[in-house]
Design a protein around this ligand. Structure first.
Ligand code: M6R
Length: 615
């Protein structure tokens, strides 16, 4: 995720763009840049770091004059966050400049073709490839910018929201969208461009949200024309009157970042498998795994190190790696692993999981494992983070920035990438048949739609939250793949509502926790159809006999649990190994709504921080 802003009109562009970037920083904040047309030339300044760092640097580097400009705040995907990889990017001639939010998946082949035609590249980004492709089309066919953008985008595979201008035509900005958002604010003889409406809400309430595969040329003092990128047909612009206030927009219309992030899971999961899983070809391609396949295949065992929610994702991975790839797995709290004297050597493969990539204990565990000769593979969300740099190889989740302290989309995207790795290894080892492999890919591809379906239970979950919001204790039970989900459900409730909650494997209940059960104890039981369904139903009967209050997380259409439970929340059916991606959704919503009803600070719970960079 990145934020893009642009302005063309009669005001000074710089203050509008700078303020707009600050509002869009939730979309990414590892680097930022602004390009202004000063009346003769393009003046550009960019830097690694936040928008405030850019502000300091830019004021020393360039004049802030001009009524046309574009700006970008980056959340790196291709290329580590540094000054060079920051946007905007020039074309080779220096005439064109671009900002881009999204991923150009076929950038490597385009880059090779452009290199063969004499283009050179300063950055590692896919965006610099796109601007040079546009320039190439423009030069070869002697076209205007708008037409060249259209032709170039028809050669591109991936997602984009872009804004481009040409210093030789300084009265227009060309914008286009596919997959990433792009809003155009319409003022009096002026246009605003942004990833969402927050950068221009105080200037105009009139906005157009471009649809996928649409482009527009915004011209100073002229009417806006929108076209379809594919067939050049004109589109009637639909101008919306914005009903929202600034506060809402910054959270994308949600009351809290946590809720927004819960709802981002369908797209975050898709972004994580996109380009890595080719369902029709039945292929999984993960560069970090392919390049180190021997290490994976020769490993005696896999040791997973992580903390908190990432540790729970590791537990899910333990089931799937052993189940599908038949590799022994141990899952360790990084904080324990680093301080005992683990038996570990060069035949071990360590997977470190971390959303932030900055967790001190996980970082220390990685260093320890490396010092003992193990190969360490990282699963991180934040590009260029310390853990991403310290590990020998890795794969990023593409969850986008997670701002709410309670991890939600980080968890499901970690499970997604770990599932891809397990499946890839299972294929390489021959421990999965080609038909099962294909079935997994097809089911995984359907998960985002099924998450959307699971999210539809929110109103029903709110009613359950209302009933249990004053309880002081909560139990969460699950078996097999859903035991870690029980732990994660309990953690979510604890950290944002401060209600004491414990997660247990359902069968462990009778070895102690069953003593806690009476009519005042709510127990969330994950009882989906696949796996150990009958056994979990027996556990539910044991709770029922002791008058516990049962909230069953069940597969759509379930009958048996419905007869026993006080409440049921349905999730769509899927393969057992993929069920945590669905069963975790109602538990996130339950803890969210209980915390909101209790008036807690959901996004910044007490005593916690988003990344724990100290021991
Ligand atoms: O950034 P990491 O994934 O390394 O963070 C690990 C834990 O600190 C984190 O998952 C924490 O438990 C979350 N607040 C849970 O919601």
């Amino acid at each position: 995720m990145c934020g893009i802003v642009g302005y063309i009109g009669h005001r000074e562009a710089y203050p509008i763009i700078l303020k707009g970037l600050k509002r869009l920083e939730y979309r990414g904040y590892d680097s930022a840049g602004i390009a202004l047309y000063d009346g003769c030339d393009i003046k550009l300044s960019k830097t690694k770091g936040k928008v405030v760092d850019l502000e300091d640097k830019l004021l020393k580097e360039i004049p802030t004059v001009g009524s046309l400009g574009i700006g970008h705040t980056r959340w790196a995907t291709h290329g580590v966050p540094n000054d060079v990889n920051s946007h905007p990017h020039y074309s080779n001639s220096g005439n064109l400049v671009i900002i881009h939010n999204g991923i150009i998946e076929n950038y490597e082949s385009l880059k090779t073709e452009l290199k063969n035609r004499g283009y050179s590249f300063k950055s590692d980004t896919d965006t610099e490839v796109l601007i040079n492709l546009i320039e190439d089309v423009m030069k070869n066919d002697n076209l205007k910018l708008g037409k060249a953008v259209q032709i170039a985008l028809n050669q591109v595979v991936g997602a984009y929201a872009i804004a481009v201008f040409d210093k030789n035509k300084p009265n227009e900005i060309v914008v286009a969208k596919l997959g990433s958002p792009l809003a155009i604010g319409i003022g009096d003889d002026e246009f605003f461009i942004a990833s969402d409406a927050s950068p221009f809400i105080e200037y105009t309430k009139n906005a157009i949200y471009l649809e996928d595969e649409e482009m527009a040329i915004v011209r100073r003092g002229k009417d806006l024309k929108i076209r379809k990128i594919k067939d050049d047909s004109l589109v009637d612009p639909y101008i919306q009157e914005l009903q929202i206030n600034l506060e809402q927009i910054e959270k994308g219309g949600y009351d809290h970042f946590m809720l927004k992030e819960i709802y981002e899971q369908p797209s975050a999961i898709k972004d994580t498998y996109r380009g890595r899983m080719l369902v029709n070809e039945a292929i999984i391609k993960l560069a970090g795994v392919e390049d180190n396949m021997k290490k994976f295949l020769n490993a005696d065992r896999i040791i997973i190190v992580a903390c908190g929610t990432s540790w729970h994702a590791g537990l899910v991975a333990e089931y799937i790696f052993e189940d599908l790839a038949r590799i022994p797995v141990e899952v360790e709290y990084a904080s324990e692993f680093r301080y005992r004297n683990p038996v570990i050597n060069e035949k071990d493969l360590v997977i470190a999981i971390s959303q932030s990539g900055e967790t001190a204990d996980t970082l220390a565990a990685i260093k320890l494992a490396k010092s003992k000769g193990a190969f360490v593979f990282g699963v991180c969300n934040v590009v260029g983070s310390s853990i991403a740099r310290e590990t020998n190889a890795g794969a990023y989740t593409h969850a986008g920035p997670e701002i709410g302290v309670a991890s939600t989309k980080a968890f499901t995207t970690q499970i997604t990438i770990l599932t891809l790795i397990a499946l890839r290894l299972a294929r390489a080892k021959g421990t999965i048949s080609s038909s099962d492999f294909r079935l997994y890919l097809m089911e995984l591809e359907m998960i985002p739609e099924k998450v959307i379906k699971a999210l539809e239970s929110e109103e029903h979950i709110k009613k359950i939250a209302e009933i249990y919001k004053t309880t002081r204790n909560f139990l969460y039970l699950g078996r097999g793949y859903n035991f870690p989900v029980a732990l994660e459900g309990a953690l979510k409730l604890k950290e944002i509502s401060y209600i004491h909650a414990e997660g247990y494997p359902a069968a462990e209940m009778k070895h102690g926790p069953i003593a806690l059960i009476d009519e005042n104890m709510p127990i969330a039981v994950i009882a989906t159809k696949k796996g150990h369904y009958e056994k979990v139903v027996s556990n539910i009967q044991e709770i029922k006999s002791r008058k516990g209050k049962i909230i069953g997380i069940v597969t759509e259409g379930d009958v048996s649990v419905r007869e026993l439970a006080d409440h049921v929340i349905e999730v769509p059916e899927t393969l057992e190994a993929l069920s945590p991606l669905l069963t975790t959704i109602p538990l996130q919503l339950l803890s969210y709504h209980i915390a909101v009803m209790l008036g807690k600070n959901v996004d910044q719970p007490r005593n916690l921080a988003k990344s724990v960079t100290v021991e």
